[in-house]
Design a protein around this ligand. Sequence first.
Ligand SMILES: C[S@@+](CC[C@H](N)C(=O)[O-])C[C@H]1O[C@@H](n2cnc3c(N)ncnc32)[C@H](O)[C@@H]1O
Length: 227
Amino acid sequence: MSDNLIEMNESGIKKAYARWAPFYDYTFGKIADAGRVEAVRHINQLYGHVLEAGVGTGISLPQYAPHIRVTGIDLSPEMLEIARKRAVRLGLDNVEAIKEMDAGNMEFPDAHFDVVIAMYVMTVVPDPKRVMRELSRVCKPGGEVILVNHFSQEFGLRGLMEKTVARFGDKLGWRPHFPMETVLVCDDLEVMQTRHLRPFGMFTMMRFKKLAQAEISQEDARQPKVA
Ligand SMILES: C[S@@+](CC[C@H](N)C(=O)[O-])C[C@H]1O[C@@H](n2cnc3c(N)ncnc32)[C@H](O)[C@@H]1O
């Protein structure tokens, strides 16, 4: 992987989340709830079919309003098992499907979803740029791609700590060192909002508008993209 990101592979991620699954909701699941609440509250003001990529244990699923149809995908069978049980237990009729699938190689056709969201996922996937392109591909023009994620700082004490902890990333199952530029790879995604979230601004919500083909050249002229 380029960009000095640590290598992560599919089998390592699956092993990490098989271990995490029974504890996830009581640990990271709780710490990171503010970002989910904020992002899903925004989606609930929209309409249509939402793809949640890296849905994990489905901790966010009960927060979607009944008029929002949700499909969730994830790599980890153990995380998905909890998500499926949750949807059944809570009678979440608006959850259309929960599927084992790689967000970097999705079986959905182009422009299939009105909103595509990935929460706390981009730091974890083997190839973030490929996933970003896939999230964009399956989103309808005029729709939104939303990320809730940790983005690292290059400088200061936090930057130093993140680079130090990064050495253990494969054991943790995520990359502490993860610059925002890593996700700015799609010509057809225009950044609409970048908002720091609780706790301590450690996480950021980024909202992108999926541009129609005709809008892309105008957008290119305004906003440099990272290759
Ligand atoms: C930190 S958890 C986040 C789960 C959930 N989105 C949340 O808000 O708690 C990251 C999830 O991404 C999943 N994941 C990692 N790589 C993936 C990929 N390439 N495709 C789909 N899911 C992936 C992991 O299995 C894990 O469930």
